[in-house]
Design a protein around this ligand. Sequence first.
Ligand code: AMP
Ligand code: GLY
Length: 422
Amino acid sequence: MNILLLGSGGREHAMARSFAKSKRLNQLYIAPGNAGTSQHGTNISLDILDFDIIKSWSQDKKIDMIIVGPEAPLVKGIYDVIKGDEATKHIAVIGPSSDGAMLEGSKSFAKKFMSEFNIPTASYLEVTKDNLEEGINYLSNNVGPYVLKADGLAAGKGVLIIDDTQEAINSLKVMLAGQFGQASATVVIEQFLDGIEFSVFALTDGKDYVILPVAKDYKRIGEGDTGLNTGGMGAVSPPPFVTDKLMQKVENRIVKPTIEGISKRGFDYVGFVFIGLIKVNNEPYVIEYNCRMGDPETEVVFPRIQSDVVDLMEAASRGTLEQVQIDINPLTAAAIMLVSGGYPEAYQKEKFVTNIPTTYNSIIFHAGTKMEDEKIMTNGGRVIAITSFGEDHKVALDSAKKIAEEIQFEGKYYRKDIGFDL
Ligand code: AMP
Ligand code: GLY
C-alpha cells in the first residue's frame, strides 16, 4: 500500500513508526512531517487543508490510503472531498466525514448526541446571545466551579474553569462577544465533575470497533498539574487505576452506545474515536469526544500495538473490524514531553537539539523539530516525546527521565512528575 499520513507532531511520528513496520507498506509519505517522520518515510510539503492539492498529488503517487492525524482537515471535510470525487473515491480515508467530525467540532453537537444515546456526561446548558439571561440565571443558581466551553474548535484553549459566580458571568459575556471568535458564539456551561481523567480510543468502521490501549495524559505545564493547559506534557498507558471492571463500564455505557449512535445517525465514520473520560466515584463520564488520536497519548498507545496497523486500518476501511483481534504489549509505556522554554505561551524556535541517544529500550518521537543541514532544530512548543517501557509506570518513567536529562536544547523544560497521581 502507498500511504499518505497528514500531520507533523509526535502523534504522526508514532504512527509513521508503526506503519513502517508493516509488511503491507510500499511507500509512506508524511505531509508535512518532522525530522523524526523522515526516518520512516518521505516528508512532503503539502498544505493539509488544501484538499485539491492533496487530491491531485495522491492521484499522481497512486496513494491507497490517507490517514489524518489532526482534527482540522476532518472538521473541514477532507473525507467528503476525497470520497466525493470519482477520481479519488477509491482511496481509503482514516478519519470521519465532516458530520462525524462534529463530535469534536461542536461541543453542543456532542452534548445533544450524548443525551440522545444516554451516554453519561455532565449536565449542561447551551447559551448564545439570545438566551444570555438564562445562562446568567443558571450560573447564579448553581455553585462553582463553573465550566464554560466555547462550542467550536479553539486550539485547546476554549475551556474555562472558574470558581467565582460574578467572574463566571463576566467570562460568559466575554466569550459570547467573540473571545474565541465564531467558536464562542455558542457557549456550553457544564456541571463541574471532580475526578481523575483518562483517554479511551476506539478504531471504528462505523458499526464495529476495536478498543486500543487506554492512556492518561498530563495536560498542565506545571508539576502537580498546575499552570496553563498545554497540548499534553506526558502520558502513561495503561494507567493502573483503569481496572478491567472500569473498562467494562466504559465499553458498555460509553463505547457501544457511541458507535451505535454514529451508526444510527448515519455518519460515514471510519477512523478513531477518542473519548476523554473522567472517573467520579468509580463511574465513568464523558468530558469530550475527539475525532482523531490524542497527542501525546499516541506515543504510548501505538508502541503497545503489536498487530499490523496497516491491516487494522484496512479492516476499518473495508468494514470488517468485527473479525479483528488486536494484540497488545502487556508492558506499561510512559512518555515524557520535552518542550521549549516559555511554552504554552511565547517561546523561541530554531535551537539545535543534541545528545539524542540511540537506545533499544526507549523511543525518541519528534514533535516540533525540523532538519536543517543535517542538524536537528526545534520548530515548535512541544519538541520531543521520549517513550519508555517497564513492568509498571514507575520503571518506564525512570528510563524516560534519564533520556530527558540527556537530550539538550536551549530552554528545554519537562515535567519530572508525570505519573505522580497514579
Ligand atoms: P475539553 O476540551 O472539553 O477536554 O476540556 C479541557 C479540560 O477541561 C478537560 O481535560 C478537563 O480537565 C477540564 N474539564 C472539561 N469539562 C469538565 C467538567 N465538566 N468538569 C471538570 N473538568 C472539566
Ligand atoms: N492530549 C490531548 C489531545 O490530544 O487532545
